[in-house]
Design a protein around this ligand. Structure first.
Ligand code: MCA
Ligand code: AMP
Length: 506
């Protein structure tokens, strides 16, 4: 029987067919071909095996973006390991949790962080990888070329997604999840080997890794690979590229560049937005300026991509996320009864298909609680289906803040604030922000007799929270608004502070 066509095998086919084609085009003009990428991956694979990685073992990565980091991802898939990418902004405390929970065999970190992790866990091998491929990971010349025969159901990656209660959960995605979602996206967006993607997203999330990079690897395309988002660098690349994938903040920022014109975008065929709601006004302003209707799609860590506006054959409607991808089913149900609702009514969005993850890492009860008996996954997003059958995300049932495309769970910040001796209790909310979509505000009730200052509270959380999670404003109040059940009314707080960042220069 032919082996399951994993993302790695699709990449390996392109290595065989077009070895000299550039996979990465770097800002300094350097290119890295398919063959060169495979060679780096084979060296990393040998090193990981020498470190004792067996099929099913986790390989964690917290490194700056580089072609070698993608090669590390590929090498992990090649040998049947489970890839665990982690945000470079995570602090030591955050990292300790992920390492303790996932128990990786190997952690690959930046050379300057080696000391932070060297003794964090017994049995953990700590390798280093710097921005230019330096570090211990690529020290040896040994190669390993054999491909582990992964099945569709075998785990390929764990991505952590925070929970409304308790700690973060690791979503286990299988080789089948990655391959099926990638295939559906290639078809939906007509993405081919002729495409040249502008890749400016981080590679520790679904968007930058399993949408942008996987599609490029599987199609045999090329990417202009930027270390991070940079408005002018992206505008500069547009005449040499065909596709951009980004979060809404990308588009808010691009619209500020006077060089963004229809003539300048003439070579581009597709602009994709996702990870957070795109403002209809940005959609319209972008279309007026460039002639391109941004294609908005909807996904989540547990499911990869679920829906997309059409590439062809229908309008790309601002404020909607389109229809389900081939092979994926979407429904909107009543929160309590789980019954499907008629089109037009708002309910919880549920999804079923080959893209939906296999479960949370070592949390069978939590996994069971998020699925209906008929296999639909409960997303926690609120939506409705419009007259044209397009899904509109109207809000979230889950207590989540999305800032610049990064997810932030209030619970984690509240627990930290509440542990401060001058804080009796706190509520953390997301409020509208002109650049990041939403930003974090902490509303704090002091311990009787205390008057905590904003600065001392912010300094207190700073050591344990990645910068993007830290509150951008603190409000000290006498009491939190509660409903009759005693539950904090966050909606009321969101209303109260809705205009806090009005007029902040986006
Ligand atoms: C950076 N900062 C942020 C954020 N990013 N603060 C809040 N929210 C953020 N997202 C902080 C920096 O630490 C810095 O703090 C200050 O803001 C200014 O940094 P700046 O240089 O302007 O930021 P940047 O580096 O340009 O980053 C902004 C960004 C970036 C380009 C929007 O956050 C980004 O690339 N976001 C994409 C996230 C993403 O890939 N999401 C997909 C996950 P200070 O100066 O005060 O120290 S969701 C997903 O995968 C699902 C499945 C899906 O549907 O796609
Ligand atoms: P994550 O947990 O990082 O996978 O983030 C997934 C969440 O991002 C979803 O559950 C949605 O709440 C949100 N999201 C992703 N894409 C969109 C979109 N196009 N519009 C609105 N919300 C989105």
């Amino acid at each position: 029987m032919a082996p399951y066509p994993t993302i790695y095998r699709a990449f390996a086919d392109h290595v065989a067919r077009q070895p000299n084609k550039a996979l990465f085009e770097l800002p300094d003009g350097r290119t890295v071909s398919y063959r060169e990428t495979a060679e780096i991956a084979h060296r990393i694979a040998a090193r990981l095996l020498a470190d004792g990685v067996a099929p099913g073992d986790r390989v964690a990565m917290q490194v700056p973006k580089s072609p070698e980091a993608i090669a590390l991802y590929l090498a992990t898939l090649q040998i049947g390991g489970v890839f665990l990418p982690l945000n470079t902004a995570y602090t030591g405390a955050e990292m300790r949790y992920f390492l303790g929970d996932a128990q990786p065999r190997v952690l690959v970190c930046a050379p300057d962080r080696h000391g932070d992790y060297a003794d964090v866990q017994e049995d953990l091998v700590v390798e280093t990888l710097g921005e230019s491929g330096d570090g211990t990971l690529l020290r040896d010349e040994d190669r390993h070329e054999e491909i582990f025969a992964a099945d569709a159901a075998d785990p390929a990656a764990i991505l952590y997604t925070s929970g409304t209660t308790g700690r973060s959960k690791g979503a286990v995605l299988t080789h089948g999840n990655l391959a099926a979602n990638c295939e559906a996206l290639l078809e939906a967006w007509q993405y081919t080997g002729d495409d040249r993607l502008i890749h400016a997203l981080p590679i520790f999330h679904i968007h930058g890794l399993f949408v942008a990079a996987n599609m490029t690897l599987a199609a045999g395309a090329s990417m202009h690979y930027l270390p991070k988002f940079d408005t002018e660098a992206i505008v500069e690349l547009m005449p040499h590229a065909t596709v951009l994938m980004g979060v809404p903040t990308f588009y808010t920022r691009l619209l500020k560049s006077p060089r963004l014109t229809a003539e300048h975008c003439a070579a581009m065929r597709l602009f994709v937005s996702g990870s957070a709601p795109l403002l209809a006004s940005d959609h319209e302003a972008f279309a007026a300026r460039t002639g391109h209707a941004i294609l908005e799609r909807y996904g989540m860590t547990e499911t990869g991509m679920n829906t997309t506006n059409p590439y062809e054959g229908g309008p790309r409607k601002p404020g909607t996320v389109g229809k389900s991808l081939p092979g994926t089913e979407i429904r909107v149900v009543d929160r309590e009864t789980g019954q499907s609702l008629p089109d037009g009514e708002v309910g919880i969005v549920e999804v079923r298909g080959p893209n939906v993850f296999s479960g949370y890492w070592q949390m069978p009860e939590k996994t069971a609680a998020e699925f209906r008996p008929d296999g639909f996954f409960i997303t926690g997003d609120m939506g409705r289906i419009d007259d044209d059958g397009y899904l509109c995300i109207v809000g979230r049932d889950k207590d989540l803040v999305i800032s610049g495309g990064y997810n932030i769970y209030p619970k984690e910040i509240e627990e930290l604030l509440d542990s401060h001796p001058k804080v009796l209790e706190s509520a953390v909310i997301g409020v509208p922000h002109p650049e990041f979509g939403e930003t974090v505000v902490a509303v704090v009730v002091p311990t009787p007799g205390e008057q905590p200052q904003d600065r001392e509270l912010l300094d207190y959380v700073a050591g344990d929270l990645a910068r993007f999670k830290q509150p951008r404003a603190v409000r000290v109040v006498d009491a939190l608004p509660r409903n009759v059940m005693g539950k904090v009314q966050k909606a009321e707080l969101r209303k109260r502070y809705a205009n806090l960042f009005d007029g902040v220069d986006a």
